[in-house]
Design a binder for this molecule. Structure first.
Ligand SMILES: NC(=O)c1ccc[n+]([C@@H]2O[C@H](COP(=O)([O-])OP(=O)(O)OC[C@H]3O[C@@H](n4cnc5c(N)ncnc54)[C@H](O)[C@@H]3O)[C@@H](O)[C@H]2O)c1
Length: 450
């Protein structure tokens, strides 16, 4: 649905009026478009010349033809920068945090609209000395705060890279430094070494179609976020199998036909759902996206038992059952990917959604519990937790609550289904083997829950 405030805020009259009234002025976000540049402006990489991550970052970006400026070589772009990237992995004590100030303070003002701040550090839990652990943990506060200070659609994020995972950063840089991550802000993610050492971090032969030759199953694909995920995974080269309830079959067929995919009308709570998914996929599910979800909102005191049961069943129990059975049947091959849709309601809690928030928090538990189990087989499992995304689900929210939901984030607007889909595409990329057990919020840095 259209966001009239966003449109008005970017009209000449709206810009003047909102500035005069001191009201929020959300900027139109630059999203990935075919043929548009991945790097709309210079990328400045900073950090010590001997930093562990600087060299792999520069090499990766140079291979993509990014307009790269290296602080170590004393180079600086003349105009505004699209991205400011800092290798902070070498900070091992509180005094070293000065590097953040020295790098960002003089440059933030010239960051372009929809620009990127990306800090890369070491996971604090891998630090040997307490001083290094606290210094690396401090990066979180700095990045989340920069995210709240940035304007004009710019974002800040932090990636902790485990020792040994330096060469596994390609897909993560491709996501966080380009318009694919338009609505991802204030996030902290970890890239580790794949637990079984399988060659999942290999860069695909066709960079534009990294999922070529892979089969991706997307539940709830008839509309909203699920349809967007199906489209983006198709764009990335996958054969898409869309699943949705019988009642949505017409829409499901339309989406799947457009993508040369296959439709599977199926209620995911059916006892034989996993078996039917595996059969439709020819016994091999390279990518499983558990997107289907429902809400049955009521304050707990007014909630009926069936409203509780159905939400837990669709949003959580079915995801677990299908994952477990696909695994047991050997239908998730090495290099496989599972992504589960959670929600910021499952992180922050939400009045009127005790059932939904329980299920969505359970999804995070599911991902964290299964990550080591799947990881030992070369499969990853991660969660995406959307904030306010413009879909039929959120169009059903009463006006005042909907408007508050849209504005209560650093970007001052709701996200689009494609923003969630791009996050899923990052997680299922063949180069994302080191990203396992993570929860990525796609929420524009929502004020709720962190
Ligand atoms: N829209 C948001 O702002 C938002 C925010 C946080 C999380 N999410 C989550 O993202 C996912 C997609 O949300 P959406 O906004 O696109 O919802 P939506 O209601 O627009 O679409 C959900 C789809 O899932 C299908 N579905 C429901 N039950 C099913 C079942 N038993 N079997 C098969 N298919 C079933 C529906 O028919 C529908 O096509 C959900 O898991 C939702 O909880 C959405």
């Amino acid at each position: 649905m259209t966001d009239r405030y966003l449109d008005f805020a970017n009209s000449p009259l709206g810009q003047r009026l909102l500035a005069a009234l001191g009201l929020p002025q959300p900027a139109p976000l630059r999203r990935w478009q075919p043929k548009s540049s991945e790097f709309p402006g210079p990328v400045v990489v900073g950090g010590p010349p001997d930093g562990a991550l600087g060299e792999p970052i520069r090499r990766t970006l140079a291979a993509w033809g990014a307009p790269l400026f290296s602080e170590a070589q004393g180079a600086a772009p003349s105009g505004s920068a699209h991205a400011l990237v800092l290798d902070a992995s070498g900070i091992v004590a509180a005094e070293g945090l000065r590097l953040l100030f020295d790098f960002f303070q003089p440059r933030l003002r010239s960051l372009a609209a929809c620009g990127r701040v990306l800090v890369l550090g070491r996971p604090p839990e891998t630090a040997v000395a307490p001083s290094a652990a606290l210094a690396q943990r401090a990066l979180e506060g700095a990045v989340r705060s920069m995210g709240k200070e940035l304007r004009r659609g710019a974002t800040a994020n932090l990636v902790y890279v485990a020792p040994g995972a330096e060469e596994a950063l390609g897909s993560t840089l491709r996501f966080f430094l380009t318009p694919r991550s338009a609505y991802v802000a204030g996030q902290v993610v970890r890239v580790g070494v794949p637990s079984n050492g399988l060659p999942g971090a290999a860069w695909p032969a066709d960079a534009a179609r990294p999922l070529a030759g892979r089969t991706a199953v997307v539940t709830g694909a008839a509309r909203g976020i699920g349809a967007a995920i199906a489209r983006v995974l198709h764009r990335e080269g996958a054969l898409v199998i869309g699943v949705d309830v019988q009642a949505a079959e017409v829409d499901l067929q339309r989406v799947c036909n457009d993508l040369d995919g296959r439709a599977l009308p199926l209620d995911i709570t059916a006892p034989d759902a996993a078996q039917r998914i595996a059969e439709r996929a020819g016994g091999r599910v390279d990518v499983m996206v558990h997107n289907a979800g429902i809400t049955r909102d009521k304050r707990l005191v007014n909630m009926r038992e069936d409203q509780w049961q159905s939400v837990i069943e669709v949003n959580l129990a079915a995801q677990e059952r299908i994952t477990e059975r696909l695994l047991a049947a050997g239908a998730l091959p090495p290099g496989g990917r599972v992504v589960c849709l959670s929600s910021i309601a499952g992180i922050a809690g939400n009045g009127g959604q005790v059932n939904y928030a329980a299920a969505k928090a359970g999804v995070i538990g599911l991902v964290q519990a299964y990550a080591p189990i799947l990881g030992s087989r070369g499969v990853t499992i991660n969660a995406v937790a959307p904030g306010f995304i413009e879909t039929q689900m959120t169009a059903a929210i009463p006006f005042a609550i909907r408007e508050a939901g849209r504005r209560m984030n650093a970007l001052g607007q709701g996200g689009l289904p494609v923003d969630v889909a791009e996050a899923v595409a990052w997680l299922v990329h063949p180069g994302s083997a080191g990203v396992n057990g993570q929860v990525l919020r796609v929420c524009g840095q929502s004020w709720l829950g962190a």
